[in-house]
Design a protein around this ligand. Structure first.
Ligand code: UT7
Length: 323
């Protein structure tokens, strides 16, 4: 037996306001046809004036806690991945903590943009296996609509708002067949900062800034890096792509999902796709996709899943788990 972090509950939250490509085409020079053909996106959810990264995160956490059948007060660690915190500080994780009625626990944010959930997952997994925590809420939550340049058709059609969360619990697990996170691998290469970034920040312009992206270059790196890190994390777990039941990828572009699956020789039917419904929700996209496939019954207890993401930095990573 070995101590592993087991996913005991998943949850998600989307703002009720859903915007179609046709509605966007009334605001910017684009078309449903272009967006669907180049990205696979059909809809995105956009936060209302009273919704923030922490309110969406709190809703996702409540759903995950309910799915796990546990009380919020039994959580001793909250890590929230986001590039769009409610405020520069304090960490949005502490707002979630208060909203959930947890008086004392460890709570902080992680900034790795679209890979943020994978980074947060590895941090929580490491803290659980080291004995520093027993039960963690791992959250990806974003309100990218607030940092989009709504005049820039090359970026504003691509992103949406939302949140996803999982409850991780330390459990003694059978070495060979037991549940839990089996391996995680993370990477960063800051030489590519200028391909995907926000042109503002507290220490530079003093403003929040807007998303800027050289999409074609990001696309090229994404396929290569994601296939490599999935292979790397599977090898670290002593497995191959033939062992995988489900891939839960970062939802940036349907063509990236197809190209990555092809590169790994994976059946596209094993890839969870939500980009059509949610667009790119940055750090929220992996836990949102995971929750979708758990709730609709595709991902079942005991299935071997691979989570992967890549984003600004560049940062990228993958995790292999027996659900
Ligand atoms: O989450 C972090 C990771 N992010 C990603 O993985 C994003 C990766 N990149 C992509 O998904 C794709 O590169 C995009 C979807 C962003 C763009 O697709 P593309 O096939 O690489 O298009 P492009 O940027 O090369 O643009 C092709 C054409 C351009 O026109 P010209 O110069 O060929 O006349 C653009 O001006 O499409 C035009 N275009 C648009 N047309 C209609 C760009 N955006 C739009 C638009 N509607 N919204």
């Amino acid at each position: 037996m070995t101590l592993r972090s087991v996913i005991i509950g998943t949850g998600a939250a989307l703002p009720p306001h859903r915007v179609s490509n046709a509605e966007l085409a009334e605001r910017v020079d684009t078309s449903d046809e272009w967006i669907v053909e180049r990205t696979g996106i059909r809809f995105r959810h956009i936060a209302g004036p009273d919704e923030t990264t922490s309110t969406l995160a709190t809703r996702a956490c409540r759903a995950a806690l309910e799915a796990a059948g546990i009380e919020a007060t039994s959580i001793d660690l909250i890590v929230l991945a986001t590039a769009t915190p409610d405020q520069t500080f304090p960490a949005s994780a502490t707002r979630v903590q208060t909203a959930l009625g947890i008086d004392d626990c460890v709570a902080f944010d992680v900034a790795a943009v679209c890979s943020g959930f994978l980074y947060a997952l590895q941090v929580c997994d490491s803290m659980i296996r080291s004995g520093a925590a027993k039960r963690a809420l791992v959250i990806g939550s974003e309100t990218f609509s607030r940092i989009l340049d709504w005049e820039d058709r090359a970026t504003c059609v691509l992103f949406g708002d939302g949140a996803g969360a999982v409850v991780l619990e330390g459990q003694e697990s059978d070495e060979a067949t037991g549940r839990g996170i089996l391996a995680t691998r993370l990477h960063a290469d800051g030489r590519h900062n200028d391909l995907l970034y926000v042109d503002g920040g507290p220490s530079t312009t003093g403003t929040v800034g807007k998303v800027r992206m050289k999409g074609r270059e990001v696309f090229r790196h994404a396929v290569v890096n994601l296939a490599a890190v999935m292979d790397e994390s599977l090898a670290a777990a002593g497995l191959t792509s033939a062992d995988v039941d489900w891939v839960v990828p970062h939802q940036a572009n349907a063509r990236i999902l197809d190209a990555t699956a092809r590169k790994l020789g994976l059946d596209p039917a094993k890839v969870i796709v939500t980009v059509d419904q949610h667009a790119n929700t940055s750090a929220a996209s992996v836990p949102l996709a995971l929750d979708t496939a758990v709730k609709d019954g595709r991902i079942k207890q005991g299935d071997l899943i691979v989570l992967e993401a890549m984003g600004g930095g560049f940062t990228w990573g993958a995790a292999v788990a027996r659900f």
